[in-house]
Design a protein around this ligand. Structure first.
Ligand code: ADP
Length: 306
């Protein structure tokens, strides 16, 4: 079975920025694949090349077995693309937006209603409201419906949940799981690490380079070293003190805690905890930290800079 997306040695530069550096990976049919990386990593550039809107400088990419340059017409008819912003017509109503996207793909809402109905029932009470007047979560749902209305074989979602509230984000990912069960391959980018954990596989991308590709579980297992979580009401002072501690290799803030990785060979963080108490962090809370994708990302980033 051919992969849904196949990327071989893809590179792309804008005037003085190399946005993609020799990227290669495949997305299998029916796979939910996450592209994880900070702003400027090259995610949107990759989306634009794969959706045939931008030409690469070198390398090759195929979508549903078709070359992105020679097969661009077919590809455009058989994929769904939800760009990061501006994918809806703000002055058109919910129903008019959906009807518009169905019409340009030569289909009707009725013909493919089954595919979008789980999502569309939530929008139906607002079907006469202009898209510009919907909440963030509702806009994303409508944009997903519009990207799905012609029954695409592959779905490209560029940061679909950025700026969306946590409940809507969760619902959105439940919808993606259902679409995956229908055999649609999905390439999705996200800056949220909790979403990354819901993908079958993820690629960590930074400055146009892939740092790692694996399942979220395998990525987490690739973390090396002992990780401790600490917090105090004087977080910034604690961060500075931990960063210069001789037994700490690195320390970053994650949510309400700091995560410190011990230097190679050290596994016991109790002496570090004691040192911090001796320095006056009386309210210190310390415990073993659970490794998450963001910890691996930071470790890979510092290794790539070294
Ligand atoms: P991401 O989607 O991960 O935020 P992008 O693909 O948008 O990353 O950008 C990758 C790099 O390319 C960034 O350094 C960005 O500033 C640069 N870039 C993107 N689009 C253009 C453009 N049209 N002209 C010049 N530089 C660009």
């Amino acid at each position: 079975m051919k992969p849904a997306i196949s990327i071989q040695n893809l590179s792309k530069s804008y005037r003085n920025v190399q946005a993609l550096k020799d990227i290669s990976f495949d997305v299998e049919q029916g796979e939910l694949f996450g592209l994880i990386g900070p702003d400027g990593a090259g995610k949107s550039t990759l989306f634009r090349i794969l959706t045939t809107l931008l030409l690469a400088d070198s390398g090759k990419a195929e979508v549903i077995g078709l070359d992105v340059v020679d097969g661009f017409r077919d590809i455009r008819n058989r994929i769904g693309y939800m760009p990061g912003r501006f994918s809806l017509y703000q002055d058109l109503t919910v129903e008019e937006n959906l009807d518009f996207f169905a019409t340009i793909f030569g289909t009707t809402i009725e013909a493919n209603y089954d595919l979008v109905k789980d999502i569309y029932v939530q929008l139906e009470p607002f079907k006469n409201r202009p898209a510009g007047k919907l909440s963030g979560g509702m806009k994303q749902k409508l944009a997903l419906c519009c990207a799905l209305i012609h029954k695409p074989e592959v779905l490209f979602l560029d940061e679909p949940t950025t700026g969306v509230d946590p409940v809507s984000r969760k619902e959105f990912w439940q919808m993606l799981q259902r679409l995956k069960q229908q055999g649609i391959a999905i390439l999705v980018s996200t800056p949220y690490m909790d979403e990354a954990a819901l993908c079958d596989r993820i690629a960590l991308i930074q400055k146009g380079e892939i740092l790692s590709i694996a399942s979220p579980e395998t990525i987490n297992e690739s973390f090396h070293g002992t990780l401790v979580a600490m917090k105090s009401h004087r977080m910034y002072e604690l961060l500075k003190a931990l960063r210069i501690h001789p037994k700490v290799e690195s320390c970053y803030a994650f949510g309400e805690y700091l995560n410190a990785t011990l230097i190679a060979g050290e596994t016991d963080w109790k002496p570090i905890e004691q040192d911090m108490r001796d320095k006056g962090f009386d309210d210190l809370v310390a415990h073993d930290a659970t490794v998450g994708i963001e910890n691996v990302f930071m470790q890979l980033l510092s290794a790539s800079k070294a």
